[in-house]
Each structure stands twice: as structure tokens, then as C-alpha cells.
Design a binder for this molecule. Structure first.
Ligand SMILES: [Zn+2]
Length: 73
């Protein structure tokens, strides 16, 4: 009797706070995502949730989300 919603394909448009590189990340994959330009770990995606990786020194996230792109297929 589960009536969970279907998970949509969700893409996150994020910008690296270190080099300002912008990239699109598939938010539903369970994966760590590094910046394509400077290889900083940007976020950890845990299947639906995306946790922004924080800098241990500054406590600031390594990236910020510019836009969430929802796509129902
Ligand atoms: Zn970067």
C-alpha cells in the first residue's frame, strides 16, 4: 500500500564558489559530484536530496544552486 510519488528527473544547475564554473548535475543519482573545472567536491547527491559539500575551514558550501530544473518524463 505504498502511494509514494514517482521520483522525477531533477537537474540542479550549480555554480562552484571557488572558480565560478557552472554545471548541471543530475540530482537523483547517488553520487558525489566534483567541479569539472577545479575538481572541488561540490555536493553529495543521495537520491533526491543534494547535500552541498562545505569547506571545513570556512564552513561555507563549496557551491550554490542557481536553479532547480524539473523534468517530468
Ligand atoms: Zn570549481
Amino acid at each position: 500500500m505504498s502511494k509514494g510519488r514517482r521520483v522525477r528527473s531533477r537537474f540542479l544547475y550549480v555554480q562552484c564558489n571557488h572558480c565560478n564554473n557552472k554545471q548541471v548535475i543530475f540530482g537523483c543519482a547517488k553520487t558525489k559530484v566534483n567541479c569539472l573545472a577545479c575538481n572541488t567536491p561540490l555536493l553529495i547527491s543521495t537520491g533526491g536530496k543534494a547535500l552541498l559539500t562545505k569547506n571545513p575551514v570556512t564552513k561555507l558550501p563549496n557551491a550554490h544552486i542557481l536553479e532547480i530544473l524539473d523534468r517530468s518524463l
